[in-house]
Design a binder for this molecule. Sequence first.
Ligand SMILES: Cc1cc2nc3c(=O)[nH]c(=O)nc-3n(C[C@H](O)[C@H](O)[C@H](O)COP(=O)(O)OP(=O)(O)OC[C@H]3O[C@@H](n4cnc5c(N)ncnc54)[C@H](O)[C@@H]3O)c2cc1C
Length: 391
Amino acid sequence: MKSDYDVIVIGAGPAGSIAARTTAQAGLATLLLEKRQEIGSPVRCGEAVGLETLVKFIQPDPKWISAEIDAFSLSNPQGDCLVVPPEEQTLMLERKIFDRELARLAAEAGAEVIVKARATGLIKKGPGIEGVRLNVQGQPREAHAKIVIGADGTESQSPRWAGLKSIPQLKDYYTAAQYLMTNIDVNPRICQYHIGWSLAPGGYCWVFPKGDKKANVGLVMWVDPKEKKTAIDYLNEFVAARFPDRSILSQIVGGIPVTNVLPEMAADGYMAVGDAAHQSDPLTAGGIGPSMCGGSLAGQVAVEAIKAGDVSAKFLKQYERMWDAQWGKSYRRLYRIRHALLKVPEDKLSHIIRQASLLDAQTLSLKDIALIVMKSYPQLMLEVIPYFLGQ
Ligand SMILES: Cc1cc2nc3c(=O)[nH]c(=O)nc-3n(C[C@H](O)[C@H](O)[C@H](O)COP(=O)(O)OP(=O)(O)OC[C@H]3O[C@@H](n4cnc5c(N)ncnc54)[C@H](O)[C@@H]3O)c2cc1C
């Protein structure tokens, strides 16, 4: 490890590896730090990703694809089920291999990648940042850089170190639990969503197939201090009712901010990307594609800033504007739709799914759904219509 770089990226998830690859490809001296001893492990993800965003950054490779998805199903707790084609082609990943491949590509582009290297703070000079304090293999070290990119995921601390407000309110947090299960019979080409507040209060359950009778089975639910049961309790109930012969190969729990992005993602000499910047979709919490996109945009702005010799917050805020141009409108809409949906009673939600399941899925349109919602729970339509009209 050298002591001086142009850019240091904290965290080798999808956001960090893409950011590091972008700056290294442009010839900048780039250091990519990962606190864990193995990039990509343990996996804390359902591993479903849309192809459209993915192919902007990496060409699909069978070595990190576990299943190809043809359809999504939406079920209520009574078992009514609507099956629809996905908006875009969807893949199930092997994130252990995928994340490692992204880091390898960053290294191939010239970035120095080190594991067991935990950032412990930023080195500050006046309002700006001079580098990162870190702990490498148990030894304290310092590394200097003109720009630090914080890609340290959902439990990130780097935005706070840089002076950004990054702690969401409880209502803007999902708590998640997931099992990788085997010995279960599921259609290997359909991603299942199960909706009902009795299954997952304020969230949803999923069954995402991974081939060979395996699937990621998980749920997200809102964080409610009055709630007695944990996400794992709800997941155990969901699993016991549906997969009596299952075996569990791994278990994860975690939190996901669904706030829409941080109000500020850039500071002097610093940008936050991916989950560190709350770039997960505010409705579904899917974040692989958006994180890669955030990493790429921040990387591009870092290259321009170093070329211009200006790493001030004012210059780096270009990154926030670029993000907003691509994702801002849809994220604001999804955030408000999620909050409107939370007010719908479970029986009304179930009724909407049941009515939609009775129609022909091949010809089902948004207009049909809107009509069903209008008849079943008009308040929801009244709340979401302004968002679709762009307000
Ligand atoms: C249960 C669950 C299911 C999910 N399912 C899906 C899904 O199906 N599809 C989807 O698109 N998204 C899903 N997501 C979200 C998705 O996993 C994240 O949005 C995505 O991984 C974000 O990428 P990232 O690079 O920002 O962060 P991460 O992938 O979390 O990477 C951050 C990296 O930073 C490292 N790090 C942290 N702190 C430091 C430090 N101080 N120093 C050095 N390194 C550090 C971490 O070890 C980690 O490797 C899910 C999330 C959860 C919790």
